[in-house]
Design a binder for this molecule. Sequence first.
Ligand SMILES: *Cc1c(COP(=O)(O)O)cnc(C)c1O
Length: 229
Amino acid sequence: MNTIAQRLAQIRARITQAEQRYQRPPGSVKLLAVSKTRPLTDLQALNECGQHAFAENYLQDALPKIAALNDKISWHFIGPLQSNKTRPVAEHFHWLHTLERLKIARRLNDQRPADLPPLNVCIQVNISADPDKSGLMPEAAETFAHELAALPRLRLRGLMTLPRQQSELALQRQPFRELHALYNQLCQHGFELDTLSMGMSRDLEAAIAEGSTLVRIGTGLFGPRKSSQ
Ligand SMILES: *Cc1c(COP(=O)(O)O)cnc(C)c1O
């Protein structure tokens, strides 16, 4: 029997061990549960174990879950976002991790309801300049950050990346180290950031070693996804 509660305990233990091994302060790495394609009952089970941050990639899948779960949950959108789909993100989510276009940012800024706090955003960076991956080129990130500063209904919190899969720890660490360097550069230039969204089930140790503050974990919590998803 490998229940959601047991998987949650295993992931929390991996995070704690990595914090210790890499001299990160205890509790400095937060866990984001990636619940794309998972049924509501799985989210409820995890929520009852004390997990309050969930991430979704597909809007049509996410909105019924948001409506059904309680309002103490923080919802993160981590999928690709087209400009005709910005309104539900502006209205129902607390965070967006995959921001890379000014047009999308402006729409979200206009559509964010006045009674909600600003939408927290991370710039997605294509840190290894991989033609198959989305995200801004690293050298474009600072200009984009300046453009976002003019949008009061968005709050830039940090950077996110989704690097190419690698099996060796040293290779996994390289892109995360580069994203952290870019993050430090933005902080030195006056941006008040607190979030490095990096690390998934297979590479969370590498991400924590390189300064991740938020790991996005799907299969490690919920088990394998169906292959098409
Ligand atoms: C699916 C997904 C994850 C989680 O991946 P796992 O390997 O299941 O932990 C993290 N980040 C993004 C952007 C994803 O799409």
